[in-house]
Design a protein around this ligand. Structure first.
Ligand SMILES: Cc1cc2nc3c(=O)[nH]c(=O)nc-3n(C[C@H](O)[C@H](O)[C@H](O)COP(=O)(O)OP(=O)(O)OC[C@H]3O[C@@H](n4cnc5c(N)ncnc54)[C@H](O)[C@@H]3O)c2cc1C
Length: 429
């Protein structure tokens, strides 16, 4: 019997709501839409299409939420991983205006779907971006003003004293609070979305790896280890885990690993000292740390980046010193969970989206900030194949460079880049 792929040993898997056992695909079937990958991108696309009346089949190598969507920091970070000036240069003024209008879309979709389908995912409001240096703080203020000029509200600058109201450390020169940000239990969110899609008639096959996609056929065909799906439309949502399944997409993203540890539940007083207002926090460094409290008052602390998507040997060893340096009160605290997962980087740090053949759509490469972007993109994908591709095509029209030399050569190049940026972070330049 084929070995089942289970969730990684995360806090999320240990506190996940019950989910039904879903079968693997055996045999050949046909449908309106076949979605590859049951993370946020795939599930939001599938759910939106099911709401529109499409017959949707989702194929997942492992389990719903097995990839980055079920093991991330859970931080709702609005906007894009790239400044609006760059977007304007590449997408033009009208394109940039259209994309800027989507700055809050992903977070809104999370809240909307959670409310509509009563998804219990520990949703909390507000996120903090923390600056170590006055230079970082000034850069953030400029960014905030650029966004404000485009009608984006909800960001409030915090000086050295004000950030102390939210984060119990003197490490920061200031920061901002985004009142439209927040945090979630990501695995429970995606599991809730899967249940909602199923309630509308979608079918999810787990333990079903897609091996090949024939997108040039009159109707695209998705081949799996045990069968095939012929569909009017295919949506590729495998992100960092898609690997070489679709060779045309492989050189466009580079997987990188990031790690998370979770402490034992903390005393209320300690939890309140660390994060008095229960916001999530990420810092403004290039290789950043991110943390928040879970619903049962553990500190969930993430950081680090290993290029090439290879796991680090000892997650706790990698992260504990950073956590204890920031919060000495946690010295010696028990760490109950440690895990890692892959993000997909693009050269531009904007998602790479588009079509292959006439009716196979793809979106991947959220470059580390995918919790909101995947929700925005799921909606855009669904609307695009429903006939409204306007905004999707603005993204699709943006340049998407391949990594020079493929992923093999790009690893040393990016490591060099990463080293350079971390040195800048350390030296505060
Ligand atoms: C440790 C970690 C922390 C993070 N923290 C944050 C954060 O706090 N905030 C934030 O905004 N972003 C964060 N991210 C990034 C964010 O989680 C991702 O950008 C986002 O979840 C990507 O969603 P996705 O659906 O596109 O891909 P995934 O969630 O990775 O889903 C892809 C799915 O496709 C499946 N798949 C792949 N290939 C195949 C195939 N051939 N056949 C069938 N199925 C296939 C995989 O098994 C997987 O389940 C983090 C990521 C990681 C790893």
């Amino acid at each position: 019997m084929k070995q089942q792929i289970e969730h990684t040993g995360s806090y999320y898997a240990a506190s996940a709501h019950a989910a039904p056992a879903r079968p693997a695909l055996e045999g050949n079937i046909s449908t309106d839409v076949c979605v590859v990958g049951a993370g946020f991108t795939g599930m939001v696309t599938a759910l939106t299409l099911a709401e529109l009346g499409y017959k949707v089949v989702i194929l997942e190598t492992a389990k719903v939420g097995w990839g980055a969507s079920g093991r991330n920091g859970g931080q709702i970070i609005n906007g894009f991983s790239r400044e609006i000036g760059y977007i304007e240069k590449t997408a033009g003024k009208d394109g940039a205006r259209a994309l800027a209008a989507l700055a809050l879309e992903g977070g809104n979709v999370i809240r909307e779907l959670s409310a509509r389908y009563n998804i219990q995912c520990d949703l909390k409001h507000g996120s903090v971006l923390a600056a170590f240096t006055p230079k970082q703080l000034k850069g953030m203020e400029d960014t905030m003003n650029t966004w404000k000029a485009r009608g984006r509200d909800g960001i409030e600058m915090l000086d050295r004293t004000a950030i102390r109201n939210h984060v119990g450390t003197d490490a920061y020169a200031g920061g901002w609070i985004d009142h439209h940000g927040g945090h979630i239990h990501p695995l429970n969110l995606v599991l809730g979305q899967a249940a909602a899609a199923e309630s509308l008639g979608a079918t999810i096959y787990e333990q079903t790896r897609v091996t090949r996609v024939d997108y040039d056929a009159a109707q695209p065909v998705v081949y799996t280890e045990g069968g095939s799906v012929t569909a009017r439309f295919v949506v590729l949502a495998g992100n960092a885990y898609l690997g070489k399944t679709v060779p045309a997409l492989y050189p466009k993203v580079m997987p990188a690993t990031t790690q998370i540890i979770v402490t034992e539940p903390l005393d209320d007083a300690v939890a309140r000292t660390l994060l008095p207002t229960d916001k999530c926090v990420e810092d403004a460094n290039y290789v950043l740390d991110y943390y928040r409290l879970t619903a049962d008052k553990r500190l969930l602390f993430g950081g680090g980046l290993a290029y090439d998507g290879k796991d680090v040997e000892d997650v706790q060893k990698a992260l504990r010193p950073k956590m204890e340096h920031l919060f000495p009160i946690l010295k010696g605290v028990k760490v109950d969970f440690g895990w890692q997962g892959n993000i997909a980087l693009t050269w531009s740090r904007l998602p790479h989206v588009g079509r292959l053949g006439k009716s196979t759509y793809f979106a991947h490469g959220y470059s580390g900030h995918g919790v909101t972007s995947t929700h925005m993109m799921g909606r855009l994908l669904a609307h695009a194949l429903h006939g409204d591709a306007g905004t999707f095509d603005i993204f699709a029209g943006m340049p998407a460079m391949s990594f020079p030399g493929g992923q093999l050569l790009s690893v040393p190049l990016s490591q060099l880049g990463c080293w350079w940026y971390s040195m800048r972070d350390k030296l505060g330049i």
